[in-house]
Ligand binder design. Structure first.
Ligand code: DHB
Length: 319
């Protein structure tokens, strides 16, 4: 059986499949459930300094099997209110990554300290929620801001820092490179794509907030392209996110250069047992392909890579 263990952001993961932030992470019990279902690690909801109720309903619109649009508004109980949930998740033996959001570098640094005190194994910085005023892409779209935030967090804690990069930018790889300069131990890409749905009978947006974030199968090619370009620019591990619902999807990300992957929308659609299916499916797939381990597959589509332009423009019959 192929070895699924990977080392990412200073963490030894039993397999590359992480529970993505924002899904199934409301409570310590749900995080522990994801771990028991086979996740290689779990990422909490994005937690802020104080409680936030989030946006009014409707907050979610689903599209058949190909995607989901959501604007929750970063609802969370605040760091103090969430502390017991982290303790419960840790008690299950799970590898726990604390996701945090803030409006500036000092706010991120403060939350990083408090997450560290709560005992998490690593941090993921939400620099990429596509629609929350004052947070996410509003603080994560300029490389200088990204570098300063990661640097401030590094100065505040010894925990490994993962910067979650937005795809809603002209050059996501430049943001990843800035995170690496600031001292990130890894970057995750991508967060959701900004999207909109309209109810034509009501003549207004379906989500109460209007704009939302698109996730699921529809965004997989976008996530893959970002991972591909980011892996070219940084030497820290890349965590691939976006539309992973099968072992083959995950292996695409790994071959594009990802060391680990996050799974979110597939959990919402299929339930938490998706982690067991993904891990056993990846083992089988690697065996079938004669690849001894997940590690051995990382970036393996890159070495033989010929730019698509070159292939397309090559005259017929050329090698
Ligand atoms: C929300 C946060 C995100 O980071 C995201 O990608 C989508 C939605 C939210 O809380 O609304």
């Amino acid at each position: 059986m192929a070895d699924l263990g990977v080392r990412c952001a200073g963490l030894e993961l039993r397999n590359p499949f992480l529970l993505a932030s924002g899904i199934w992470g409301e409570t310590g019990a749900s995080l522990a459930g994801a771990w028991r279902a086979g996740a290689g690690g779990v990422i909490t909801k994005s937690i802020g300094a104080g409680p936030r109720p989030g946006y009014p309903n409707p907050t979610v619109e689903t599209y058949e099997r190909w995607g989901m649009l959501n604007a929750m508004g970063l609802p969370n109980p605040g760091m103090e209110g969430y502390r017991a949930e982290i303790a419960a998740a840790l008690a299950s033996g799970a590898t726990v990554i604390g996701s945090v959001f803030a409006g500036d570098a000092d706010g991120f640094a403060d939350l990083a300290r408090r997450m560290g005190a709560a005992g998490v194994h690593a941090l993921e910085l939400n620099l990429s929620c596509p629609h929350a005023e004052g947070f996410g892409t509003e603080v994560g779209s300029d490389p200088a801001d990204v570098e300063a935030i990661v640097r401030a967090v590094r100065a505040a804690t010894d925990l490994p820092v993962i910067a979650k990069i937005t795809p809603n930018s002209a050059d996501p790889a430049a943001l990843a490179a800035a995170a690496e300069r600031g001292g990130a131990a890894a970057v995750s890409a991508i967060n959701t794509l900004r999207g909109l749905a309209i109810d034509v009978r009501l003549r207004r947006p379906i989500l109460a907030h209007g704009l939302g974030g698109l996730s699921g199968a529809a965004i997989k090619p976008v996530g893959l392209a970002c991972v591909w370009q980011i892996a070219e620019r940084v030497s820290v591990p890349v965590i691939g996110v976006g539309g992973i619902r099968s072992a083959e999807d995950a292996l695409e990300y790994v071959m594009a250069g990802a060391t680990a992957v996050e799974v979110g929308t597939a959990v919402a659609f299929e339930g938490i047992d998706v982690f067991g299916r993904l891990a056993s499916g990846l083992s089988r797939l690697l065996d079938d392909l004669g690849i001894p381990s997940a590690r051995a597959a990382i970036g393996s589509a890159r070495s033989s890579a010929v730019p698509t332009e070159t292939r397309r423009n090559a005259p017929p019959g050329s090698p």
